[in-house]
Design a protein. Structure first.
Lengths: 332, 305
């Protein structure tokens, strides 16, 4: 985890995505700033409904239409602001420069097409691979994601493969055009633990080979500790704290991060009840005023409940960015 | 795939065999044809002679085997109503007309209903979707014969675009084909719409978009291929209803097809012809379902294994 990454590949500023529904229009992703360097893995952590996945989809401009809408912000990928592209230009960026691994391997491959043809489709779209060698390329991709007997699997249909194998195939689709950035949306949640560990190792190897940046969406701090270099904690649509993983694990600034960390079981910790966070996250259409976490925060006072908290910086010893959005950052 | 087709084939043949038993049993349960054939004051000798001639004095099992043997050779006996013609001859004479009308109606409905259903799903709750919904509601709730009469009144009588009834040219085909396709479009387009809506929410559709696949291809290839199984399966049922439905349409438009033959034969208790018609109907029904099963397996690899 001592790697230093210098070249910024993805810079997100002020990303705001709204959803309109029966309750009117509300903000589901608010003013999100993210920076991702080449070769780096950024963990995006939060409870369900905190806006992690929607943030991921917003980066690809694939928010569910017509309900969701990207209202503001810039997403600069490798020098290009994705928000300024036409839909057709954006389509050429997807899969080629930025890709995504979806959550559920059971359903994220098309059951009607062979695995090989689904990999080849991306290659045919974005590379000038001749038609004849598409199949060979697909086999090569399956080999890269360590699928056994790729020459046979290339003609298999998704239902003929195991869950772990399918998720590898989804990975093969994502890396097929060597994108700069991959968004992995809880890619291991539905895999069992040993397969999960293998898959995470695979992602790390692929990252070392290609130097791609990964945004790893998860709610599992164990995975964060294992794979992520930096961490962004999301709560109710906002990033409440971001910084290097080691730094945050050591000195969390935000009470929410602190609470999340203390609810993770530890191998050498005390025996007893795991602490949990009181209450539930607010529904996005009815977020509290001031600090969004204030209703559940043991430290919250009048100001927390009424005024939007400021961003508090507390750079890591090596000077890397670490800040939290809080009135009472604890570690300072 | 071969094994799958083999299994389906055996099932289909078994179904046809069961239908011959039913057909045989039903015609024998609906009263003796002797009463219909002979005048009321026929003598016992005349009756006995006729019974012997038709083999009606044999045990039922023997009668059935004779019936089956002849049926396999396409021989259902001579028509009682159309003297001098064999039952199969009467049926085969009219069959091409029904096949033509049914085929055109099915073609129209597929060409209209599938795109309509897909576009309705794409514009969910939009004006096109609402329009298609109203159209379907009419299609499924308005009786076919009444709609057929409206068509005649409007297109044939008021606008004089096409002949009111009869057969002979492609212009005669237009009204009955539209009348027949109407109901199918209503059903098929709704089914396509709901199947598409299910599929469009799937993760693999998201993955296709993540890959940068063009939206048109996402919809018409990635989604429709998976959604098609539902309307296709219903299509097997429809193909059958085209034939039975043809009874109404053929009557209204005086279309000389099998439906009309069926009605006439039933009225005259012409049981050889009724048997031939029913067996032919059943075979078409089974064959179309067999084809649909194979198409399904072709489209959806999960069905194959």
């Amino acid at each position: 985890m001592k790697d230093t990454f210098t070249e910024t590949v993805l810079e997100v500023r002020g990303l705001t995505t709204t959803i309109s529904g029966k309750r009117g229009e509300f903000t589901a992703v608010e003013n999100v700033d993210l920076t991702l360097k080449r070769g780096e893995t950024l963990g995006l952590v939060g409870e369900s409904g905190s806006g992690k996945s929607l943030t991921g989809l917003s980066l690809l401009r694939l928010v569910p239409k017509p309900a969701a809408r990207i209202a503001a912000g810039s997403v600069v990928l490798d020098g290009i602001d994705l928000m300024s592209l036409t839909e057709d230009q954006m389509r050429q960026v997807r899969g080629r420069k930025i890709s995504m691994i979806l959550q559920d391997p059971q359903t994220s491959l098309n059951p009607s097409f062979t695995v090989g043809s689904q990999i080849a489709e991306a290659l045919a779209l974005h590379t000038d691979t001749p038609r004849k060698s598409l199949r060979d390329k697909a086999i090569e991709m399956l080999r890269r994601v360590r699928v056994a007997a790729p020459e046979h699997r290339v003609d298999a249909y998704p239902h003929q493969m195991s869950g772990g194998m399918r998720q590898r195939a989804v990975g093969a689709v994502a890396i097929s055009c060597a994108p700069d950035v991959i968004i992995a949306d809880e890619p291991t949640t539905s895999l069992d633990v040993t397969v999960q560990a293998q898959y995470i190792r695979l992602l790390q190897e692929l990252q070392r080979e290609s130097g791609m940046g990964i945004i790893f969406i998860t709610h599992d701090f164990g995975i964060v500790a294992k794979v992520c270099h930096r961490l962004a904690v999301m709560y109710a649509g906002q990033i409440v704290e971001t910084g290097p993983v080691a730094q945050i694990f050591d000195q969390p600034l935000h009470p929410y991060t602190r609470a999340l960390l203390s609810s993770v079981p530890k191998l050498h910790g005390q025996i007893g009840r795991l602490p949990s966070i009181e209450g539930t996250p607010p529904p996005l259409w009815d977020r509290p005023r001031g600090c969004k976490f204030s209703p559940r925060c043991p430290l919250a006072d009048h100001r927390c409940r009424n005024e939007e908290p400021p961003t508090v910086d507390s750079p890591a010893p090596d000077g890397s960015e670490h800040w939290a959005r809080c009135w009472k950052p604890e570690a300072i | 795939m071969k094994k799958y087709i083999g299994t389906r084939l055996i099932e289909s043949l078994a179904a046809i065999l069961v239908i011959t038993i039913l057909v045989f049993a039903l015609t024998h349960m609906s009263g003796s044809p002797v009463d219909a054939l002979l005048p009321q004051d026929a003598t016992q000798d005349q009756i006995d002679a006729l019974v012997a001639q038709w083999g009606l004095d044999q045990p039922l099992a023997v009668q059935y085997l004779t019936f089956l043997k002849n049926a396999l050779a396409g021989d259902f006996g001579d028509s009682l109503k159309w003297r001098g013609y064999s039952a199969m001859g009467v049926v085969l004479d009219r069959f091409p007309q029904t096949l033509l009308l049914g085929g055109v109606a099915v073609a129209i409905s597929v060409i209209v209903a599938i795109p309509l259903g897909v576009m309705a799903a794409m514009n969910r709750n939009g004006p096109l979707d609402r329009g298609a919904q109203i159209f379907s509601l009419f299609g499924q709730s308005v009786p076919q014969f009444w709609f057929a009469i409206l068509l005649i009144w409007f297109l044939a009588v008021a606008l004089q675009l096409v002949p009111t009834s009869g057969s002979g040219s492609w212009r005669h085909l237009i009204l009955p084909a539209i009348a027949m396709a109407w109901f199918q479009i209503a059903a098929l387009s709704r089914l396509t719409r709901s199947a598409m809506l299910d599929v469009l929410d799937a993760e693999y559709i998201k993955l296709a978009r993540v890959k940068g696949v063009r939206e048109a291809r996402v919809v018409w290839v990635h989604a429709l291929r998976n959604a098609a199984v539902v309307p296709l399966t219903y299509f097997g049922v429809l193909a059958g209803s085209v034939l039975t439905g043809s009874v109404t349409i053929e009557t209204v438009f005086s279309w000389p097809g099998l439906g009309w033959v069926a009605i006439e034969a039933i009225r005259a208790r012409d049981f050889p012809v009724v048997q031939a018609v029913v067996v032919i109907f059943a075979i078409i029904y089974i064959v179309s379902n067999f084809l649909v099963d194979i198409l399904n397996a072709y489209i959806d690899p999960r069905v194959r294994s």
